[in-house]
Design a protein around this ligand. Structure first.
Ligand SMILES: [Zn+2]
Length: 67
């Protein structure tokens, strides 16, 4: 289960609870935005590769803080 945090209200929600904003858009199928179920803000969906980079950076920071 993937959880992401809303950039606007800072509350976490499960990614599949966020509603893809233009699922039925005839021009481009899915615009990679996730609507926050709490406040309705449209968050840009984080690509998987970027998530991996963020995770690696977080581990790096944690190591530096404990050193
Ligand atoms: Zn929100």
């Amino acid at each position: 289960m993937t959880t992401c945090t809303c950039a606007f209200c800072n509350r976490a929600f499960e990614e599949d609870r966020g509603q893809p904003t233009c699922q039925g858009c005839p021009l481009s199928h899915g615009c990679h935005f996730l609507r926050c179920p709490h406040c309705g803000y449209e968050n840009p969906a984080t690509p998987a590769w970027l998530r991996r980079v963020q995770g690696a950076l977080r581990r790096l920071v944690a190591v530096e803080e404990t050193a």
